[in-house]
Ligand binder design. Structure first.
Ligand code: HEC
Ligand code: HEC
Length: 308
């Protein structure tokens, strides 16, 4: 429910779409202050903070164009965090500023928000880590903080993460038929994406270390959000089948992935070997050009593990 309130408010707060879309290099001073309505805490602030928030949203929506050095392929942040990061069951970012720092079992460490953003740069975008103190990171965090105010301030918003799916097994042969009939018209017959539609596999897609490379996570995203123009039209089983097909193709490697879940306990569908975990299906990987730059330095809490 939180989102129902937030979406129109955010749209109003960001005033005119053109302003937001043209932020990039030439941030214009905000036009006339937006009308002060019932919930002032969701209205875009004036001045430098408002400009930073707009730039942050623009980076989320135009990641490969604005940050070509840091985004590996043709996905943008809002390829998965749909509706400017506000859609339930599409890993909503509303309230995220209140949810971090957070313990993540994948890293076995308490992770600050900037590092979490960089996990998505390096894994979901198959790109490079953005320096934490860069203006671009500050802008992204400013936007995330902005959509964590007002109704989302507790951090607990509707449809958090991606809904857990029933325990089913995907049939990639049936999934191939669904892909051809239902997905290829937008994502391309080769899954490489077409124009603004992002790639599902291959060198321009998310890496093997992304949550989306897990069949159950991809099935959940697809079940609730795809096909883009008719979400909810696939059954749970069809979503698993097409996710199994999508995740049977090669995608960029994720350097250091074998160090994930350093204390064990990787979910069953993680497609690579980690401590105590043998994958049931392996995804072929494509090499990364600059593997060192796609690693996020371990948080202090992980380095100081001996002291805990
Ligand atoms: C391929 C899909 C994909 C792309 C592209 C992507 N993400 Fe994510 N992101 C996810 C998934 C999946 C999660 C985990 C959601 C969960 O289970 O809580 C996530 C989680 C996050 C979180 C933590 C959310 C929370 O509530 O814990 C942040 C912050 C985030 N992403 C930011 C970004 C940013 C910034 C970008 C662009 C640089 C980006 N993401 C690109 C899929 C993606
Ligand atoms: C009408 C066009 C359309 C159809 C049909 C469609 N998609 Fe998408 N899909 C999109 C768009 C557009 C995005 C990115 C959303 C955005 O940028 O706002 C997307 C994003 C995705 C993503 C997350 C980003 C990525 O590239 O990995 C996955 C996974 C996905 N679609 C899978 C599928 C599957 C599987 C099907 C078939 C069941 C499908 N889609 C059908 C348009 C479509």
């Amino acid at each position: 429910m939180v989102h129902r309130h937030l979406i129109p408010l955010l749209a109003a707060a960001l005033a005119c779409g053109r302003d937001v879309d043209s932020v990039g290099a030439r941030a214009r001073p905000p036009a006339a202050a937006p009308p002060r309505a019932a919930r002032p805490d969701t209205i875009l602030p004036d001045g430098p903070l408002g400009a930073s928030i707009r730039r942050g949203l623009a980076l989320l929506e135009h990641t490969p164009d604005s940050l070509a050095r840091y985004a590996g392929g043709n996905l943008r942040c809002t390829s998965c965090h749909l509706d400017r990061g506000l859609r339930p069951n599409a890993a909503p970012l509303a309230g995220v500023h209140a949810r971090f720092p957070r313990y993540m079992d994948r890293a076995d460490a308490v992770v600050p928000l900037e590092d979490r953003v960089n996990y998505c740069f390096t894994r979901s975008l198959a790109g490079k880590a953005l320096p934490s103190r860069s203006r671009e990171m500050v802008d992204i965090v400013a936007y995330l903080a902005f959509i964590s105010r007002g109704p989302a301030a507790s951090g607990q918003v509707a449809g958090l993460g991606m809904a857990k799916m029933p325990a089913l097994k995907g049939d990639s042969v049936h999934g191939a038929a669904i892909f051809t009939s239902t997905c290829a018209r937008c994502h391309g017959v080769d899954g490489a994406g077409v124009a603004t539609v992002p790639a599902l596999w291959g060198k321009a897609s998310f890496s093997i270390g992304a949550s989306m490379a897990r069949v159950e996570r991809a099935a959940s995203f697809v079940r609730h959000n795809m096909p883009f123009d008719k979400p909810g039209s696939l059954s749970d089983q069809e979503a698993f089948d097409v996710a199994a097909f999508v995740n049977s193709h090669p995608r960029p490697d994720s350097p250091g992935k074998e160090l994930d879940w350093p204390s064990g306990g990787a979910p069953a569908d993680v497609p690579y070997a980690t401590k105590g975990h043998v994958p049931s299906a392996r995804i072929p990987v494509l090499p990364r050009r600059d593997p060192g730059a796609s690693l996020v330095a371990p948080p202090v809490s992980a380095l100081a593990r001996g002291a805990r």
